[in-house]
Design a protein around this ligand. Structure first.
Ligand SMILES: Nc1ncnc2c1ncn2[C@@H]1O[C@H](COP(=O)(O)OP(=O)(O)OP(=O)(O)O)[C@@H](O)[C@H]1O
Ligand SMILES: [Mg+2]
Length: 165
């Protein structure tokens, strides 16, 4: 449920391995129909996280940033992964012309540069990535928005990741 006073879950990741570990935990609880919105500046770690998520869903192909093709569907894992990158799109009309929402009901959809589009509606999970102080430090704020995301994150151990806090 959406709660007015919900706070994002903040995780500090000191290495690519930490990021991969968090993504692996998320991979265990994602389901067909889920929408994950990724934001954060260039190099903040969005694709790195999604690569680990894909690997843990059993995706065989190498997952690269779909910046130039905008949308890629990967169907070799336990559930299909629909990977979108809105970086090069300029307005809502351009985003709506891609057609990735056709896969909402048959895949888990992950969207990089989700803040390029104003039309996303809950339920979704928002993941905002930032650089930390150290070279390989990244900070992610995970914001469960609607649906049963809060309960699922808690059950999946993401609300209380002692080794990453
Ligand atoms: N803790 C960390 N987590 C994730 N990436 C890290 C970490 N430490 C270093 N890195 C490095 O930071 C870079 C992150 O790049 P990545 O492509 O994942 O960013 P991005 O947010 O997808 O950028 P873009 O907006 O250009 O798509 C990679 O080179 C990765 O190896
Ligand atoms: Mg990327």
């Amino acid at each position: 449920m959406l709660t007015k006073d919900r706070k994002p879950i903040v995780k500090v990741m000191n290495s690519v391995e930490d990021t991969a570990e968090l993504a692996a935990r998320l991979a265990r609880l994602v389901e067909i129909g889920d929408i994950l919105l990724f934001t954060g500046v260039v190099g903040a770690g969005k694709t790195t996280f999604i690569q680990a998520l894909a690997k843990n869903l059993g995706v065989k192909e190498r997952v690269t940033s779909p910046t130039f093709v905008i949308h890629m569907l990967r169907e070799s894992g336990r559930i299909p992964l629909s990977h979108v990158d809105l970086y090069r799109l300029n307005n809502d009309n351009e985003v709506e012309s891609i057609g990735f929402e056709e896969y909402y009901d048959s895949a888990v959809t992950v969207i990089e540069w989700a803040d390029r589009y104003s039309g996303f509606r809950p339920p979704y999970l928002e993941l905002h990535f930032e650089y930390g102080r150290q070279e390989n430090e990244r900070i992610v704020s995970i914001d469960p928005n609607g649906g049963d995301w809060e309960e699922r994150l808690a059950k999946g151990g993401i609300g209380c990741l002692s080794d990453l806090e």
